[in-house]
Design a protein around this ligand. Structure first.
Ligand code: NAD
Length: 423
């Protein structure tokens, strides 16, 4: 019997363009390519179904292809309604026979239908970016959770959600926090988000960053990258924080620190990267500078309080792709990018392939780690062993043509000994 592949994408005819994008990304993903070649020989995922809920980008396509080469049946949906590259989705379906359920700008209803279409395939392993699949598996699709061997999680906000589930004893299977590998958050969150967030803001607005006052909310891994890159483009950067240690670090890195209500008064740009809600809220909108451009690069579209903004708005217009103008009742205007969703994936292409190479090497190896440790991991949030993390770093470094020193026997002995001291 011929089985017809089910999928739901915007347009299969976009496949050639998507294929070109996938190949372009492959050039900068040598670590993942090495893993894919190894998977192709060993087929570690034979008879295993993997359901992935990730941003549907060219880099994710390379991960899906690697898993399929490893013998997995792979199904993919989007982890954000705005982040899908429709041409990449088409190429995955047409050229790689990987079913994708995702369309850029899909409605909330479609988004959840797509999540459930992937769960309908009864996965053994799930991959999440924000924990929406796991959340469905713990609520409306609980019956499927018994088949799950384990899951992987890509981002800080997802890990936070999963840790709170584990704390309540609610987690029904083990999860690997890919985000918490050093070769993920040190690079993807910092250099990836730093560059691609500015890319998203610039592509949406074509505004000059030099000489502007640029406010970054949150000085975590993403915020550090964004503040550093905004300063590099000539902005006068202000950081807002709620953590005294992070705020001190911000000050000593040479940025101004102040509460958001104060920073907003002089902001030309505000970008949130906190993983928290209503960071730009009602009180901020009362004093925000006329003409301010507001965006978010944190995982969910909750950081800018659009409901409160709506209440004080006279007229709302779409000015250009991903730019909405809100004219306030007192005559001021503010502009919100990408509807408050991840600006780097909404109006740009997300992180460069070179950082996703490490993130997705972690994802691929995490999936294999889950299989190898079937039945041995408790229902908690785990991290990949450091040895895997360090191996990824070593391969990446090598691919970039950099070499490092190797400890001599004398140095090893010295570092291990407590007897050595003042000479
Ligand atoms: N755009 C992307 O592609 C991308 C990539 C990686 C992570 N993320 C997401 O970005 C967010 C931040 O991730 P991270 O790894 O930097 O997290 P993090 O935990 O390292 O940093 C978050 C920072 O925000 C601060 N914070 C919390 N509430 C705040 C508030 N009300 N005002 C000001 N600061 C506040 C915290 O103190 C912390 O320093 C998460 O939602 C994460 O999932 C997005």
């Amino acid at each position: 019997m011929i089985q017809i592949m089910k999928y739901d994408i915007k347009d299969l005819n976009l496949a050639n363009k998507g294929m070109a994008r996938i190949k372009w990304a492959t050039l900068d993903m040598p670590v993942l390519s090495g893993i894919a070649s190894d998977f192709k020989k060993r087929k570690p995922f034979k008879n295993i179904t993997i359901g992935a809920c990730l941003h549907v980008t060219a880099e994710t396509a390379n991960l899906m292809i690697a898993l399929k080469e490893g013998g997995a049946n792979v199904f993919l949906c989007a982890s954000n309604p705005l982040s899908t590259q429709d041409d990449v989705a088409a190429a995955l379906v047409k050229n790689f026979k990987i079913p994708v359920f995702a369309k850029k700008s899909e409605s909330k209803k479609e988004y959840f239908e797509h999540l459930n279409a992937v769960l309908d395939m009864k996965p053994d392993i799930t991959m999440d970016d924000g924990a929406d699949l796991v959340s469905e598996l713990h609520s409306s699709r609980r019956a499927l959770s018994g088949k799950i061997i384990g899951s992987t999680e890509e981002t800080t906000t997802g890990v936070t959600r999963l840790k709170s589930m584990a704390k309540e004893g609610a987690l029904l299977f083990p999860v690997i926090a890919v985000n918490d590998s050093m070769t993920k958050h040190f690079f993807d969150n910092r250099y990836g988000t730093g560059q691609s967030t500015l890319d998203g803001i610039i592509r949406a607005t074509n505004k000059l960053i030099a000489g502007s006052v640029f406010v970054v909310a949150g000085y975590g891994w993403c915020g550090k990258g964004l503040a550093m890159r905004a300063r590099g483009m000539g902005a006068n950067v202000i950081v807002t924080e709620i953590d005294a240690v992070k705020a001190l670090e911000t000050l000593m890195d040479g940025f101004r620190v102040m509460p958001m209500v104060q920073a907003a008064k002089e902001a030309d740009f505000i970008c949130t990267v906190t993983g928290n809600v209503k960071v730009v809220g009602e009180e901020v909108f009362r004093t925000i500078k006329d003409g301010c451009i507001i965006s978010n690069s944190g995982h969910f579209d909750v950081e800018i309080d659009l409901v409160s903004l709506g209440k004080i708005t006279k007229t709302k217009k779409t000015l250009r792709d991903f730019v909405e103008s809100y004219e306030l009742k007192d005559g001021r205007k503010v502009f919100v990018l990408a509807g408050g969703r991840l600006v780097n994936l909404g109006s740009a292409e997300g992180h460069p392939a070179s950082v996703m190479d490490m993130s997705f090497a972690n994802q691929a190896l995490a999936a294999e780690f889950i299989l190898e440790n079937k039945g041995k991991l408790n229902n908690a949030v785990h991290i990949l062993p450091e040895i895997i993390d360090r191996k990824i770093a070593a391969v990446k470094l090598h691919s970039l043509g950099a070499r490092i020193d190797i400890l001599s026997e004398e140095q090893k002995k010295y570092m291990d000994s407590w007897r050595e001291g003042t000479s």
